[in-house]
Design a protein around this ligand. Structure first.
Ligand SMILES: [Zn+2]
Ligand SMILES: [Zn+2]
Length: 814
């Protein structure tokens, strides 16, 4: 083929040419108004940091783009919009650090991100870009707040919150790491009482959890979210004081009530002041002050030493009839259950430690095999296999699961219990005492109280504020802009005052997917017809770091808007897949480790297509892989080889093909089409690439023809779109390869000549592979190494030695 080598593959010129042509021809534009087979391909929109696109972003976007392009080839009208999530504390803190106003900084960052995103060849329809910082967008974020406010789902209440004295703002529990701020590892987080706006997401806890069961989502994502919602079935039991006060406690183990030897209330519990006796008051007050200064996360820590004080009061165990002391302790929180627990030290580890320390009685009420009522407890026994009740008059000998219901029913008959379902999920605090966010559209009037801003007055535009620094007051910087917050009351016209808190960034991103198809509309947040056409989102790909906040908030907002009559569906994302993580040298990329990969330099050196394919070849897309410079030249060699094949055929006679292609190659073509389409559909991009590599090697060993290369160009299009377009054109086509449709394959031809290889690692069978009969050693080893089952055992190591038996066995020694 040497004499046919007419041109070398030059990625830079190919990519420049096709990006320009896509723009001119509108190749990436979806028919948003009229699409017959709509497919909404969503990727998590980036927060435009000053550093520019991170290689992790590129990995995520390219994997999603491949899916979008594949679905288009499969016959869908694919809509692949992008936008920028640029409000929030990260942008604001960075702006403070560099001394530039965020209103100036953000557009620059966005510009840079957009350029980078275009450079990697996404099929994005930029006509529908959204920016959460644009008043045209956040007008509708405020509109959503108003809908929820009217429905009673947005409420203001005083609550204990985590406060970082350095950030000077409220932190979510997830932002507190071991008692310290995630952004300020030396700054201890405090607890403060502040008036905050909450969305009552807990009202939706049951559907949020139940719908997961049937959702087509990554299993890992569903598990994280289900644990976060944390449903527990149990009962509320009533402990009465001699003075007639009823103290409800929530427990998941009502069967152990006979072993409840004391009560513990949260120090903030409203009954504490009344229950505390004169002798105990000084100790109780001192303890409550100490706890008030603690952050909520360390209070929940299991490891820390138990502390607490006695209130001096007692209550009656509703089942045993015994009198038990009432304590307060920091490990009980107001936000869980009723803010009070019955302590069962025999069968709960925290209660056990507390009882030992405070010298409180410990009683066994469940006994397993070989145990009886008198078997001593050396530690708490929370789960007793085949346990039956003991020391529980009236219920002794019953299996504990059955006793749960029996005891609840018996106490319920006396008005001392009711079955209750409890959730770990908390309401969503959306107030931020910061500057860079959409103002919450509320006005306070002395006469009318809390008045929503009329919808016709939206957006409430964030005022330009020279000094936007937060201070330690717990009051938003907007409270300094008197000319902005002084407004007439919309109801009575008297002097009133705007809410000066802005809303959480997570609210901006909780509905952006609804906005995309209607991004060019100013009269509605989302058009009903367009929404019905495009939503729910057909495919959403993103990171599991967003499993609980973003993904849950989006589901909540969608459910709420559906219940309020604005949407026809409750679940926003029909399919969600979590992508894996790229590490460098086995470690997570981070600035402090100095192992962050800047994608720009790779795109510049190798071209976007090689870089895209390289990232996808690092490992299974849903698991991720280790970024090594060494591998990228292998991808480039593959593209060079494919280029030469196309070049040779393109230079030959146009038609008819001189000789029919060899039957072996035809079979392999069918098999390759089958494997690549199947693997691309299931996001197994690395094995799809391996199949294309095998095919290219086989074509080089035979006589390539146009009918063998046309399908290759199409299969490559999702992975290396510019390259595929150029090949397609050279093969004599005048339309975009993206409009070619998936090549068909004959399943019989595709499977006819496959054989099963046994794959061994260090002599042990670790997997089986179906490969073409006659597959060579190199291709077989490559396929074996790419197999997830085998990968676990080779651990990414290159083989030291290979034993190869044609059509039967690959043994890799590492
Ligand atoms: Zn901080
Ligand atoms: Zn008023």
């Amino acid at each position: 083929m040497a004499e046919q080598k007419r041109s070398a593959y030059d990625p830079q010129s190919v990519e420049r040419k096709w990006q320009q042509r896509w723009e001119e021809r509108g190749t990436n534009r979806a028919d948003v108004a009229g699409a017959a087979h709509p497919f909404f391909n969503l990727m998590m929109f980036p927060y435009p940091s000053a550093e520019g696109l991170h290689v992790g972003n590129v990995f995520a976007f390219v994997g999603a783009d491949i899916q979008g392009r594949y679905q288009r080839l499969a016959g869908h009208d694919v809509f692949e919009p992008l936008g920028f999530d640029a409000f929030g504390i990260h942008s604001e803190n960075y702006a403070l650090k560099v001394g530039t106003h965020p209103a100036e900084l953000i557009p620059r960052n966005i510009e840079r991100f957009r350029t980078q995103l275009k450079r990697i060849g996404l099929m994005a329809d930029w006509r529908y870009e959204v920016q959460t910082t644009d008043p045209r967008y956040y007008r509708w974020t405020q509109w959503i707040f108003l809908q929820l406010f009217r429905a009673g789902l947005a409420v203001k209440r005083r609550a204990a919150v985590n406060w970082c004295p350095a950030c000077k703002t409220v932190l979510a529990n997830e932002q507190v790491i071991g008692g310290y701020c995630e952004r300020h590892p030396d700054v201890k987080v405090e607890q403060r009482m502040l008036d905050q706006w909450f969305f009552t997401i807990t009202k939706y806890a049951a559907p949020l959890l139940d719908n997961l069961a049937t959702a087509d989502w990554s299993h890992s994502t569903k598990t994280i979210q289900a644990n976060w919602i944390g449903r527990s079935e149990g009962a509320e039991l009533i402990f009465e004081t001699p003075g007639g006060r009823r103290i409800p406690v929530f427990t998941t183990r009502p069967d152990t009530v006979f072993g409840a030897t004391y009560l513990v209330l949260a120090p903030e519990h409203p009954l504490v002041a009344d229950l505390t006796t004169a002798e105990c008051r000084a100790d109780v007050n001192a303890y409550r002050r100490r706890v008030a200064a603690m952050d909520l996360v360390s209070r929940k820590s299991v490891e820390k030493a138990k502390t607490g004080v006695f209130t001096g009061s007692f209550a009656r165990n509703p089942a045993a009839g015994t009198t038990v002391p009432i304590w307060i302790a920091d490990y009980v929180l107001m936000e869980y259950g009723t803010g009070a627990i019955m302590a069962v030290p025999g069968h709960d580890q925290r209660d056990f430690e507390f009882a030992v320390q405070m010298k409180l009685p410990i009683v066994r009420v469940v006994a397993g095999k070989g145990q009886d009522a008198a078997t001593p407890l050396a530690a708490a026994e929370p789960d007793v296999p085949d346990g039956r009740l003991v020391n529980s008059p009236g219920f002794d000998g019953r299996p504990w699961e059955e006793a749960k219901r029996a005891i609840t029913a018996a106490l319920a008959a006396k008005g001392l219990a009711k079955p209750v379902t409890n959730y770990r999920l908390h309401d969503w605090c959306i107030s931020r005492q910061r500057y860079w966010g959409p103002p919450i559209p509320i006005i306070y009037c002395d006469d009318c109280g809390t008045v929503p801003v009329p919808e016709r007055d939206l957006p409430v535009v964030l005022p330009a504020l020279e000094d936007f620094r937060p201070d330690d007051s717990g009051i938003s910087p907007l409270a300094r802009a008197e000319s902005w917050y002084r407004v007439p009351c919309p109801k009575c016209g008297k002097r009133a005052r705007r809410e000066t808190d802005v809303s959480d960034t997570f609210l901006d991103s909780a509905w952006y997917f609804l906005r995309y198809p209607s991004a060019d509309r100013d009269d509605v947040p989302f058009d009903a017809g367009l929404t019905a056409r495009w939503l729910p989102v057909a495919s959403y790909i993103g990171g599991n770091e967003h499993a609980v906040l973003h993904l849950m908030y989006s589901r909540f907002i969608t459910m709420a808007l559906k219940d309020l009559g604005h949407l026809g569906f409750a679940e926003p994302f029909a399919r969600f897949r979590a992508h894996g993580t790229i590490v460098k040298d086995g470690a997570k990329m981070s600035k402090s480790r100095g192992n962050v990969v800047n994608p720009d330099q790779y795109v510049e050196e190798w071209g976007a297509d090689t870089f895209r394919m390289y990232l996808m070849f690092l490992g299974p897309y849903q698991e991720g892989g280790d970024f090594r410079d060494a591998g990228i030249s292998g991808i480039r060699r593959f593209l060079d080889k494919a280029w030469q094949l196309v070049d040779a055929v393109a230079a030959g006679p146009q038609s008819p093909t001189p000789n029919p292609p060899s039957p072996d190659l035809v079979r392999m073509m069918h098999r390759t089409v089958q494997r690549v389409t199947r693997d691309t559909a299931s996001l197994d991009y690395n094995t799809a690439i391996a199949a294309m590599m095998e095919y290219v090697n086989a074509l080089r060993d035979g006589v390539p023809t146009r009918e063998l290369l046309d399908p290759l160009a199409v299969l490559l299009a999702p992975y290396a779109p510019h390259f595929a377009e150029e090949c397609w054109e050279r093969l004599g086509h005048s339309t975009s390869v993206m409009d070619a449709g998936l090549p068909a394959f004959d399943p019989e031809l595709a499977v006819a000549d496959e054989v099963e290889f046994v794959v061994q690692v260090n002599g042990k069978v670790r997997g089986r592979l179906r490969l073409a009969r006659g597959t060579g050693q190199e291709a077989a080893v490559k396929a074996a190494l790419a197999d997830p089952a085998v990968k676990k055992f080779t651990d990414g190591n290159q083989p030291r030695k290979v034993v190869f038996v044609a059509d039967r066995l690959v043994n890799i020694v590492v």
